[in-house]
Write a protein that binds this ligand. Structure first.
Ligand code: FES
Length: 128
């Protein structure tokens, strides 16, 4: 468990969790804004909205688009942990690939994926 997660919520702050960067922010109008510049040195970020229970995994794709996945296990709603090229649930062992598809049960449904777009140097994650 990373000590940086959950410690002191600051809007738009960046902290790191061992090798996993965590960006703390808030939602506004059912959207989350994340600076594109965060991906200068990494193609993956954990997004931790203050007013959102679950983290979001945000990955930069090779074509320059971004994939946003809700890190909520589809088996029994446990928070997922990024592991290698995917996500692992520590509750009952489900595993998901980086696209959010189930690789190992008991989960049967893929992760929720949010639409994203880039506006003025910001990645906008649409939560609705
Ligand atoms: S809650 Fe994730 S495998 Fe059961």
């Amino acid at each position: 468990m990373c000590l940086a997660i959950g410690a002191g919520m600051v809007v738009g702050s960046l902290s790191s969790c061992a090798t996993l960067p965590v960006y703390k922010t808030v939602t506004a109008n059912n959207k989350i804004s994340v600076p594109v510049s965060l991906f200068a040195q990494s193609d993956f970020q954990i997004i931790q909205p203050k007013d959102f229970y679950y983290n979001i995994g945000l990955r930069k794709e090779k074509d320059g688009t971004y994939t946003a996945l809700l890190l909520k296990c589809t088996h029994a709603d446990n928070q997922l942990t990024p592991m290698g090229n995917g996500f692992k649930c520590n509750q009952h062992g489900s595993a998901f690939d980086q696209e959010g598809e189930v690789k190992q049960g008991p989960a049967e449904r893929s992760l929720k994926k949010y639409n994203t777009e880039i506006i003025s140097g910001q990645i906008i994650i649409h939560l609705s």
